[in-house]
Design a protein around this ligand. Sequence first.
Ligand code: NAD
Length: 183
Amino acid sequence: MKDLNGKVAVVTGGGSGIGRGIALAMADAGMHVVVADIDLKAAESVAAEVAERSVRSLAHEVDVTQRDEVERLAERAYDEFEAVHLLCNNAGVTTFGMMGTDVRDEDWLWVLSVNLGGVINGIQAFLPRMQAQAGEKHVVNTASIAGVHPSPIIAPYVASKYAVVGISEALRMEGAGASRSIR
Ligand SMILES: NC(=O)c1ccc[n+]([C@@H]2O[C@H](COP(=O)([O-])OP(=O)(O)OC[C@H]3O[C@@H](n4cnc5c(N)ncnc54)[C@H](O)[C@@H]3O)[C@@H](O)[C@H]2O)c1
């Protein structure tokens, strides 16, 4: 997708860091931006920065681990803008400094449910709507170098990001027309 002007982006984890950077870069390219984050105040602050660039913006509170919340995000984005051309599944978290064997079950679950579950929820909620819409569209799943090279003391993060790379490459093949039924 080369022509971004006037199109619509949704960025999860848009309230800080890389997500904020994506939101502002897309706004600079003329896109309207839905800034979605579990931290509504952060999302609102970035949405205000987006609006300073003479495009429309919307702040939306979402926990990407919850399918119903991501569905509501999709509904709201489509109600407001009628189309979504760029979905950035960017929200991500990590534990740090622990050997994989020492990470508590709830922390494995937290990292996997945000980093992997969030991408799955984004795809399931948005892709059917985006596919039904005419014209170009694109999904970006933020992975990491840790999704192609393993690293110590962040095992849950590595596991989640390998999965994100795998899903993204599989869907890319499907988007290019590949299909095979395996039973
Ligand atoms: N910072 C890096 O060096 C780096 C490197 C490679 C990849 N990444 C990836 O980039 C993405 C963004 O990372 P960042 O460094 O900007 O992090 P960050 O902590 O600055 O931003 C993450 C955002 O996600 C939000 N968030 C957390 N849990 C959420 C949830 N359940 N639902 C919705 N939003 C949630 C946070 O509130 C925060 O605003 C992540 O996927 C991360 O794994 C980061």
